[in-house]
Design a protein around this ligand. Structure first.
Ligand code: BV8
Length: 238
């Protein structure tokens, strides 16, 4: 009897990019250990001290320019391609990361729910553009010409994540949900596994070590993403 379609949704976090040299948030020495997110990744922080917030994101953007996708990113892109080519079901990749490493590896059905560090947005006219340079507070928006309106296109704490309608729709039909390299501390992303379970999905956690909600998952595998993800994806396609 042929198997019915098996729809996959994958959620990635900072752990999938850790071995590409990009800092995670909560690991010892992680980004938030040095900077207080509530002081930098909130609209209030930006309103209070825009230069300080721009400096933080400009530094992270500069750090991202030389970062390269790793074996975990490539394994996910290959899994997506093989899954869709074989018509085995839908495939959706939701990332909490604001880097472009999934794109570098060739992932196509990708949704950045917390925005993208290599995009800048004008708070006056909404113009959104790819920008690998430094965001200057006094720079004029390339579209409307106003100054002091440019910000990184990232979702700060207290702001609405992107693509939630699309994500929840995919979670209603999901058969296999995999969370990769995320500590499960930020909502609503951390609640997606519960939505998946409600839809009857098999849930998997692939990470370096158990996160805050690990006991919820049906299956867990721990180790560096560059080892665990290719191994798991290879067995799934086998
Ligand atoms: C929202 C973009 C309403 C910016 C990010 C009080 C006040 C205000 C809000 C809240 C509040 N209490 C709760 C909230 C909600 C809040 C929240 O969850 N706060 C937390 C701190 C409790 N959430 C929000 O504000 C969100 N918006 O709620 O709007 C709403 C609600 C419902 C429905 C609609 C609307 C917006 C949150 C988005 C914030 N922006 N990023 C930027 O990057 O600067 S969050 C940022 O942190 C990331 O995007 C990511 O989501 C999160 C970090 O988490 P992880 O990716 O998991 O990284 P972490 O370091 O934590 O973990 C790394 C993992 O990898 C670990 O498990 C580690 O073991 C593993 N690992 C490490 N190395 C490896 C590895 N794994 C494999 N291999 C390795 N080598």
């Amino acid at each position: 009897m042929s198997r019915g379609p098996e729809n996959i949704v994958i959620l990635t976090g900072a752990g999938v990019s850790a071995e590409s040299g990009l800092g995670t948030f909560r690991d010892s020495g992680g980004l938030w250990a040095k900077f207080d997110p509530m002081k930098l990744a909130t609209p209030e922080a930006f309103a209070e001290d825009p230069e300080r917030v721009l400096e933080f994101y400009n530094a992270r953007r500069a750090n991202l320019i030389d970062a390269k996708a790793n074996a975990a990113h490539f394994a996910l892109a290959e899994l997506e391609q093989a899954w869709l080519m074989a018509g085995r079901g839908d495939f959706g990749l939701v990332t909490q990361n604001i880097d472009d490493l999934h794109e570098q590896a060739g992932s196509a059905s990708l949704l950045h729910m917390h925005g993208e560090l290599l995009k800048t947005r004008c708070t006056a006219c909404g113009h959104l553009f790819t920008d690998r340079g430094v965001i200057q507070r006094e720079a004029a928006c390339p579209k409307c010409g106003q100054t002091r309106t440019l910000r990184p296109h990232v979702v700060w704490f207290g702001e609405m994540p992107l693509g939630l309608d699309q994500i929840y729709k995919a979670l209603e039909q999901v058969d296999l949900f995999i969370a990769i390299g995320t500590s499960g501390t930020v909502y609503p992303a951390a609640s997606f596994v519960l939505e998946a379970k409600r839809a009857g999905a098999w849930t998997v956690e692939l990470s370096l070590e158990p996160g805050e909600i690990s006991e919820v998952f049906d299956e867990t595998m721990y180790g560096p993403a560059t080892e665990v993800v290719p191994d798991w994806a290879g067995r799934k396609l086998g």
